[in-house]
Design a protein around this ligand. Structure first.
Ligand code: ADP
Ligand code: MG
Length: 575
């Protein structure tokens, strides 16, 4: 287990190291290096500041989990996060590291109170929650923080932006005075410093500077692609690039193994490198790669260190690197020795925010491009077959196939014969159905997405009840839902890009027919036409088709969203 020495040296215990190993992390990220030892040993409150996507969750979760006594019968740590999505994400991440019978539980608005009460009653060691609902439970006396040891404010900047400051204030007043207060954030606006001054003792401010680094030699592009479409996007790129020879970077060992498995299954010559690969094995794998017996190397950042291959055509960021320096380091592997290489980065909704800050830090020009279409891929494959045929034909008639050729030509006309043979030989390769559809989604520079929702005024909805519906179903705070446009039969809203997938998923649980209730508006299309007019037209088409088959019964009922929950102040409602 020597490969986890970096984590071990921070002071983590063997049991924790084992969970890190299972998770597939190889080295601590910079914020983890800075915070873990302080959290494990000292008594300080801390402010941890690092870019989005740099592993802040594990930075506090690993040490806190070590200090929490499993099933002690009282809440020992509380993590406050701004959104339900984050509450679930943090709960997942924490649970993946937890020891023994430690209970980590997500408590957020929009979910059943009764079920939360039952869980709290049974005994929870760590609560991860959104401020409003946590305060509800505190007011009802169903959550007790009198023995709290850790209070963690995650995404503290967002939490304050969303107007949760008063709630946070009150929650802090409920907690044990001796709790340690930990604050994690990507940025550090003045209001956070004020909060820190008011509540924190012996504060250590631990900050990871985002270095400005540049990478000019490489052509850099990015694709916006759903997490679940990344694999298909990758295969299309491999298929259109004639001499594809690349390192594909993943974040964890688990991802490396999974991706290699899928590539091999599809018949690609791929191999994987990560920290669990033995030295002997590693040398063999590298040898094959250098000789180009395999042309795709899937690797973690750590494992890719020391691969001295200079003529790569591509570096693919299948998942984003930990920070901008790693990005530059990764892509620096192509474009060496005067060869122009291409760095391709896949960005999912969840990665968008991190990507924006990374792009700013690297300063270079990263262009957006579209993933090659299925038609392009197939046209190219056909051209390649014809080119290969030219080489083979040069050698003349093959001895072994002599008789067969004669017999076939006797029985069939040449055109039919060649076509049938092509079909037999390349059936799967040239079949467009073999390529699953990859949907594009729209995002603007501010990182927002426009959602189309298939209910409107005629269904009895108002702008207010649309917002309420989104808030209740997805947990997205009202303040993050903007530009509501309500029309007779449908509506549009603007929400943060990073939440788009989550919100559509939540809303579409309500749709029963073929047509989803919510969709992310598609980009592109005819010039000169306002996007909403175009969407309107497309929608009408779908709508009539749906109506004929009686699909309209799938709508949620507006009344469900018109009984506004009681709130202590109205400030969070914009409309
Ligand atoms: P942040 O809170 O800073 O935005 P997260 O804690 O959400 O970042 O981490 C982003 C992703 O990176 C998660 O998928 C997490 O599992 C992964 N990650 C965190 N630490 C490491 C590490 N040391 N090695 C590899 N992946 C990591
Ligand atoms: Mg985070």
């Amino acid at each position: 287990m020597t490969e986890l020495d970096d984590f071990r040296s921070l002071g983590l215990c063997e049991e924790t190291l084992e969970s890190i190993r299972t998770k597939g992390f190889e080295t601590p990220s910079p914020i983890q290096r800075l915070t873990i030892p302080v959290l494990l040993e000292d008594r300080n409150d801390i402010i941890g500041q690092a870019q989005t996507g740099t592993g802040k969750t594990a930075a506090y979760s690993l040490p806190v989990l070590e200090h929490v006594t499993p099933s002690a019968g009282f809440v020992q740590a509380l993590v406050l996060v701004p959104t339900r999505e984050l509450a679930l994400q943090v709960t997942d991440e924490m649970s993946s590291f937890k020891r023994g019978s430690t209970v980590v539980s997500a408590i957020y608005g929009g979910a059943s109170i009764g079920e939360q009460l039952r869980r709290l009653k049974k005994g929870v060691d760590i609560v991860v929650g959104t401020p409003g609902r946590i305060l509800d439970h505190l007011n009802r006396g169903t959550l007790d923080l009198s023995k709290l040891r850790y209070l963690i404010l995650d995404e503290a900047d967002q939490m304050l932006d969303l107007g949760f400051i008063d709630d946070v204030d009150r929650i802090i007043s409920y907690a044990d005075e001796n709790r340690r207060l930990l604050l994690f954030s990507a940025t550090m606006p003045g209001r956070i410093s004020q909060l820190a001054e008011k509540y924190m003792r012996d504060v250590k401010h631990l900050k990871v500077e985002s270095a400005t680094v540049t990478a000019d030699l490489t052509d850099q592009i990015y694709f916006e692609v759903r997490e679940s479409d990344k694999f298909d996007a990758l295969t299309r790129i491999i298929d259109v690039e004639p001499d594809f020879y690349a390192i594909v970077f993943c974040r964890t060992k688990v991802m490396v193994d999974e991706l290699v498995g899928r590539l091999l299954e599809r018949g690609y010559a791929a191999d994987g490198l990560h920290g669990d690969v033995s030295q002997a094995q590693r040398e063999k794998i590298l040898h094959k790669f250098k000789k180009k017996y395999t042309n795709i190397m899937v690797a973690t950042d750590v494992a890719a260190r020391g691969i001295d291959v200079s003529n790569l055509t591509h570096v693919i960021n299948y998942s984003l690197p930990q920070d901008s320096e790693s990005y530059v380091h990764r892509i620096g592997r192509t474009g060496r020795a005067g060869n122009q290489g291409t760095a391709i980065t896949f960005i999912s909704h969840a990665e968008y925010r991190q990507f924006v800050s990374m792009r700013k830090a690297v300063g270079g020009d990263i262009r957006k491009e579209e993933i090659p279409s299925v038609q392009d891929v197939i046209a190219l494959k056909k051209r390649n077959i014809i080119e290969e045929l030219a080489e083979a034909a040069e050698e003349g008639i093959f001895d072994g196939y002599d008789d067969m050729t004669d017999e076939i030509l006797l029985r069939y006309d040449p055109r039919t014969a060649v076509s049938a043979l092509l079909k037999m030989a390349f059936k799967n390769d040239l079949d467009s159905n073999r390529y699953p559809e990859i949907r594009t989604f729209s995002v603007d520079r501010k990182g927002t997405a426009r959602l189309f929702i298939a209910v409107g005024r005629k269904d009895g909805f108002t702008a207010r009840s649309i917002v309420d519906m989104i808030q209740k179903e997805s947990g997205l705070p009202n303040a993050r839902i903007n530009d509501v446009k309500i029309m007779d039969e449908f509506s549009f809203v603007t929400i943060p890009f990073s939440e788009a997938e989550n919100v559509t998923r939540a809303l579409n649980k309500l749709s029963e027919g073929d047509r989803p209730l919510a969709e992310i508006s598609q980009k592109g299309g005819k010039k000169g036409k306002k996007p909403e007019e175009r969407e309107h037209k497309e929608y009408r088409k779908k709508d009539t088709a749906g109506r004929g088959k009686g699909k309209r019964s799938s709508k949620p009922h507006k009344d469900k969203y018109n009984d506004r929950p009681e709130r202590k102040s109205g400030r969070r409602y914009k409309l």
